[in-house]
Design a binder for this molecule. Structure first.
Ligand SMILES: [Zn+2]
Length: 364
């Protein structure tokens, strides 16, 4: 199949996101007497933003904007990733260098074209839901200075070149709310995907679970690509004191991976399928690592460096403790106001830290 043209990518992206916006309007925003709009920006940037005009205590007034260039690059990344992952050399390299137990690098239940399309649609809706996540919890207000009377607040994803690099409390709040928006986005994406594949008319009952799991795998691969793209070339190290607006890609992946396999298992069981926990855990790790490997490999970073960027689980990363301590402290502080502002959304969308994780982080 010939590759899609840029114009075809914009058409597809617009159809999907206009449909989601209409659906959210009809099912949620109308009941709340609020409004949600969506639009495109033409500047050639990999960027998206979320704008809120909500009056304190009033109905949600939300606007999401994505750049055409973001949609285009998400599609081109999906194409390049699937070509990389379906190459025999890649699999041999992965098996010899990193993971001798690596399974198929692309889900067998999809053709190559389906993989590209599903990865693109997964990543596109994830970015949209990440912006929605900022708005659902009114992060603009949380980030604003106390006493600010600004009528609207906006959160930009790409401010690596911002005039002033955030430091101190502003930086910690920005990082914590980015992770909180990731949590909402993953939850909304997985629930959408489960509805589509586990109860939808598109697949017959027998292979619904395989197709759902395949779509989750591709979404996880794409998260690595998205996080590195938004990272805009800044250091992937996890450092304190926290500076800048966004967490490091590897920290975002470490947080996302368990969220993905835990919620996928819950959704499979909710639709009366086998939970397959062990498979989900290793599959999620493989997908995140493969996405990171693809991204760093294609940028020419040596393979023995990229291994440090692979998902290991927080318990294996004591060096992340100081950073996690700052995130937990600020998150606990802003949590009550976030929960008071949160307009809607399933409970799984709210970022949570287990007691085990808290003990690990706060005890030396
Ligand atoms: Zn964000």
């Amino acid at each position: 199949m010939p590759s899609r043209t840029d114009a075809e990518i914009y058409d597809l992206a617009n159809n999907v996101l206009a449909g989601i916006t209409q659906n959210l309007t009809d099912t949620i925003y109308k009941d709340l007497h609020g409004s949600l709009s969506f639009g495109w920006a033409p500047a050639l940037k990999f960027n998206a933003w979320a704008e809120s005009g909500t009056v304190d205590g009033g109905p949600p007034q939300h606007n999401i904007v994505l750049h055409y260039e973001l949609a285009r690059l998400l599609y081109r990344d999906a194409e390049a990733f699937c070509s990389f992952a379906s190459d025999g050399q890649t699999k041999r390299l992965i098996q010899t260098k990193f993971a001798d137990d690596a399974t198929d690098l692309l889900p067998e239940c999809f053709t190559l074209e389906d993989c590209i399309q599903n990865m693109f649609l997964g990543s596109l809706t994830w970015v949209y839901f990440h912006e929605l996540g900022h708005l659902m919890q009114e992060h603009g207000r949380v980030r604003n200075d106390r006493g600010s009377t600004a009528a609207t607040t906006a959160i930009q994803e790409l401010d690596a070149h911002a005039a002033q690099i955030l430091t101190g409390r502003k930086a910690s709040i920005s990082h914590a709310t980015e992770l909180a928006a990731d949590s909402e986005a993953i939850t909304l994406c997985l629930i959408e995907s489960a509805r589509h594949f586990l109860e939808g008319p598109l697949v017959d009952e027998s292979d619904g679970a395989e197709v759902f799991i395949g779509s989750v795998y591709l979404l996880t691969c794409s998260l690595a690509c998205i996080f590195y793209r938004f990272n805009a070339g800044s250091s992937p190290q996890v450092v304190t004191p926290i500076t800048g607006s966004h967490p490091s890609p590897i920290y975002r992946l470490e947080r996302s991976a368990p969220h993905i396999y835990e919620l996928t298992e819950i959704l499979l069981k909710a639709f009366e399928f086998d939970g397959q926990r062990r498979r989900l855990v290793s599959m999620t790790k493989q997908a995140a690592d493969l996405g990171s490997f693809f991204w760093n490999y294609s940028k020419g970073v040596a393979s023995d460096e990229t291994i440090h960027l692979f998902v290991k689980g927080f318990m294996q990363r004591p060096d992340f403790k100081p950073y996690s301590r700052e995130i937990l402290t600020v998150w606990d502080e802003i949590y009550p106001s976030i929960m008071a502002s949160r307009h809607f959304g399933p409970p799984f969308g709210v970022m949570e830290f287990t007691q085990e994780f808290r003990d690990f982080v706060f005890n030396d």
